[in-house]
Design a protein. Sequence first.
Length: 115
Amino acid sequence: MMDCIFCKIVAGQIPATVVYEDDQVLAFRDINPVAPVHVLVIPKRHIVSLQETQTGDEELLGALLAAARQVAQTEGLTCGYRVSTNIGDDGGQVVKHLHFHVIGGRPLSATPSLG
């Protein structure tokens, strides 16, 4: 999608601080972090949200979660962290490209606040 900010990041048209990349996944620092560590993990292929994944996307979903785990390890989140995704307008999804938030580096409340 040409108007998707995350697709533009994947294409290198918009700069981002990349912390992880492989052939399917890109992870970069959130520009409005809610914690000392706040990284977004996205598929390089445009998918609107988790709700829009299809049968056959299981490998990609596994790769996204494995990348989230790798990001947490690389960022030194040894005392715990949160991985979450927002789905649709009512779920608080702002950018319509599937992404997981990896948040940590401080104690987190039981109720997530992703901004």
